[in-house]
Design a binder for this molecule. Structure first.
Ligand SMILES: NC(=O)C1=CN([C@@H]2O[C@H](COP(=O)(O)OP(=O)(O)OC[C@H]3O[C@@H](n4cnc5c(N)ncnc54)[C@H](OP(=O)(O)O)[C@@H]3O)[C@@H](O)[C@H]2O)C=CC1
Ligand SMILES: CC(=O)N[C@@H](CCC(=O)OP(=O)(O)O)C(=O)O
Length: 326
């Protein structure tokens, strides 16, 4: 039985991951942690989330003693913390021999020079960063097995890359155009004005400047135009992507490219039938739907995931299972 510590367990992704891990027979939660000064320390997880009333675990403050206990008792740590917190904690636990599954963006760029621009900090742990593998589970299984430092992808990049990576050999130099809408849980649990009930209304944000644009580009190996939108629903992402394919590409070529997911239990691909967010919410699944116009060479592919599941916690669990082989 592998023991996993979850740090940031009172947040949306951490609590979701806790629910997933406690349902697994091969894994056990070593402990649930929040910051040392957290208003939630000592509370039962079920006080915050009555839906998890079957989980009898409490939130502990991440004190020095807790750090020692995690190192002594846990096989792995899942970091459901903001980027700058994960930056430090990942290096701390990696250096002490644990496997690290980081849900933040702190280890997703291989190139350390990207962090000041997109995350506002210098990356001070190049040796750990060099070990980091991008945890897009369907694509990087061998590397996830081989390292102890797994950077679990962002939610929009997961939806976008799952749709685009199979097409890589068919792409032209023209940038794929990704328009994506996320539910409000994508912004986390803490109170913020722009995510309060009366403020949320379908709108683009981060236009031509969201940090997921370079994340998608670096993993695809091609620049993209990425425009996220905040929608007035709780969970889920729908990314609708328009892309021009190489001259001469046929509908059969596109169908053949997507056969890469034929045996995937997670990714379902439909030609001419487009996904709905409600069909993937609370599931680990990604639903893809596409249509190709042979005359113009344009493809539209839509990708739906639950941002807290395939976009975060269930993909972290996929990585954990791939890494530990169970
Ligand atoms: N929400 C989403 O859809 C997705 C989020 N992510 C990423 O996952 C991470 C977590 O996101 P999310 O769950 O939404 O965030 P939340 O804001 O909902 O939760 C953050 C958690 O971190 C805890 N925390 C804050 N500071 C510290 C600290 N210094 N030490 C330990 N715990 C701390 C918070 O508790 P407290 O403040 O009480 O200590 C809380 O439990 C982020 O990096 C986010 O970018 C990735 C993919 C999707
Ligand atoms: C709706 C919303 O605000 N979404 C978040 C993305 C959440 C996510 O995937 O997280 P990472 O920060 O780990 O990359 C945003 O746009 O910042």
């Amino acid at each position: 039985m592998k023991k996993i510590a979850i740090i940031g367990a009172s947040g949306y992704t951490g609590a979701q991951l806790c629910a997933l891990i406690t349902a697994e027979s091969a894994y056990e939660v070593q402990g649930l942690y929040v910051s040392e000064g957290s208003a939630d320390k000592g509370k039962a997880l079920s006080e915050l989330y009555p839906v998890y009333s079957h989980i009898g675990l409490r939130l502990a403050p991440l004190t020095d003693a807790a750090l020692d206990a995690i190192v002594a008792e846990a096989d792995a740590v899942a970091l459901a913390t903001e980027h700058s917190v994960s930056l430090e904690l990942a290096a701390y636990f990696y250096d002490r021999g644990l496997a690290v599954f980081d849900l933040s963006g702190a280890y997703r760029f291989a190139d350390k020079s990207q962090y000041p621009k997109w995350y506002g900090f210098e990356h001070d742990y190049p040796e750990v960063l060099a070990k980091a593998v991008y945890g897009l589970a369907e694509w990087n299984a061998d590397a996830i097995k081989a390292t102890r430092m797994i950077a679990v992808p962002g939610c929009y990049p997961t939806a976008s890359l799952t749709a685009l990576k199979p097409l890589k050999a068919l792409l032209t130099d023209n940038r794929p155009v990704i328009n994506a809408v996320s539910g409000v849980t994508g912004a986390g649990r803490k109170a913020q004005l722009h995510t309060s009930f009366c403020e949320v209304s379908l709108t683009p944000y981060g236009v031509l400047g969201h940090r997921h644009q370079p994340e998608i580009a670096s993993q695809l190996g091609q620049e993209v135009i990425f425009t996220p939108h905040l929608g007035n629903f709780k969970r889920g992402i729908l990314a609708t992507i328009t892309v021009q394919l190489k001259p001469g590409t046929t509908t059969a070529d596109v169908a053949a490219a997507y056969q890469v997911y034929d045996h995937s239990p997670i990714v379902t691909v439909k030609q001419g039938q487009f996904p709905k967010v409600d069909d993937v919410v609370l599931t680990p699944n990604c639903h893809l739907g596409w249509k190709f116009d042979e005359e113009s060479g344009y493809l539209v592919v839509a990708s739906a995931i639950d941002n807290l599941m395939k976009g975060a916690a269930s993909q972290a669990l996929q990585c954990i299972k791939i890494h530990f082989g169970a």
